[in-house]
Design a protein around this ligand. Structure first.
Ligand code: PBG
Ligand code: ZN
Length: 330
């Protein structure tokens, strides 16, 4: 040993072994913040795996109830429902009809599980319009205010069957305020609104659109979803959604938008959610399947990064795997 002192500043001391690393860990992924998404379709006795989302199914209401009952045994307590239907028209009428599969699922889940299960549901028209846009068309464009009326009716319909939380993902202007007023007016003072506040127009939604059969038949969603070059625009959306009555604000997608999550965490008076979207999930699954990465390590690195950036709630298709495999227990 030489008597030369190279340094007394040794950050590696705190990394020496797992028991020390756990002692000083700054971020912990919270299982209570996880929400598992489900796709619920028309019909009965249907459970089919979604090609682009390995491990995730499209299920009829009867099968969905069974799946969620099983998942609850693993520790899943919070879910997000997306309706899938072939009954599409110009007006998105099946979005607000009594046989909307998401609505039926919501009603049955709340009857069966009550307060043991937190049920949230997507509020958007793209799964119900024949053209696949998130709102109603007028001269090839999406008409904001007409769309808000239908979205508001859809949110109310969900609240009436006991939905705990409505989550508008359409990105029309003024929809949070309109939904909040309608909920208050009809006495649904406890229904949460989780706003897709900064929802960017993203190529990472690819597998979801296949799953929900909700791709636009022409054009794209750039006239309503946000441009990924913009930050300040997200802050405008945040201010609006909070002032209009959102309880939870969301950033979507998550991984390419950690800076937006951090900005929200800094400014928002409401809890911040991150949507770990379909493309982010499938990228991990395909890497793991190809033997190019460890699924647990990739998943925990991604979701912990969202937590570190400031998301206290994460919507993720990985939720079931995390709980089933006990990835947060060791
Ligand atoms: C519907 C909706 C989308 C997602 C959630 N709600 C798709 C889209 O806007 O095209 C994406 C979720 C995912 O990719 O996991 N508006
Ligand atoms: Zn949509």
């Amino acid at each position: 040993m030489s008597d030369r002192i190279i340094t007394a500043h040794r950050p590696r001391r705190l990394r020496r072994n797992a028991i020390i690393r756990d002692l000083v860990a700054e971020t912990r992924l919270n299982p209570d913040g996880l929400i598992q998404p489900y796709f619920v379709c028309d019909g009965s006795d249907i459970r089919e795996e979604i090609k682009g989302l390995p491990g995730i199914n499209r299920e009829s209401v009867d099968k969905l109830i069974e799946s969620i009952a099983e998942d609850m045994k693993l520790g899943v307590k919070r879910v997000m429902l997306f309706g899938v239907t072939d009954r599409k028209d110009e007006q998105a009428s099946s979005a607000v009809s009594d046989d909307n599969p998401a609505l039926r699922a919501c009603r049955e889940l709340k009857q069966k599980f009550g307060e043991d299960l937190f049920v949230s549901a997507d509020v958007c028209l793209c799964g119900y319009t024949d053209h696949g846009h998130c709102g109603l068309l007028e001269n090839e464009g999406v008409n904001n205010d007409d769309s808000v009326e239908v979205l508001t009716e859809m949110a109310l319909t969900l609240a009436r069957v006991g939905c705990d939380c409505v989550a508008p993902s359409d990105m029309m202007d003024g929809r949070i305020g309109s939904i909040r007023q309608a909920l208050e007016r009809d006495g649904f003072t406890n229904t949460l609104i989780m706003a897709y506040t900064a929802k960017y127009s993203s190529a990472y939604y690819g597998p979801f659109r296949e799953a929900a059969q909700s791709s636009p038949k022409f054009g794209d969603r750039k006239s309503y979803q946000m441009d990924f070059r913009n930050t300040k625009e997200a802050l405008v959306e945040l201010e609006l959604d909070l002032s209009e009555g959102a309880d939870i604000v969301m950033v979507k997608p998550a991984l390419a938008y950690l800076d937006i999550i951090a900005a929200f965490r800094e400014i928002s008076s409401a809890p911040v959610a991150a949507y770990n979207v379909s493309g982010e999930y499938t990228a991990v699954k395909l890497m793991a399947q190809a033997g190019l990465g460890d699924e647990k390590a990739l998943t925990l690195e991604n979701l912990t990064a969202m937590t570190r950036a400031g998301a206290s709630i994460i919507l993720s298709y990985h939720t079931r795997d995390i709980l089933k495999n006990g990835w947060l227990n060791d």
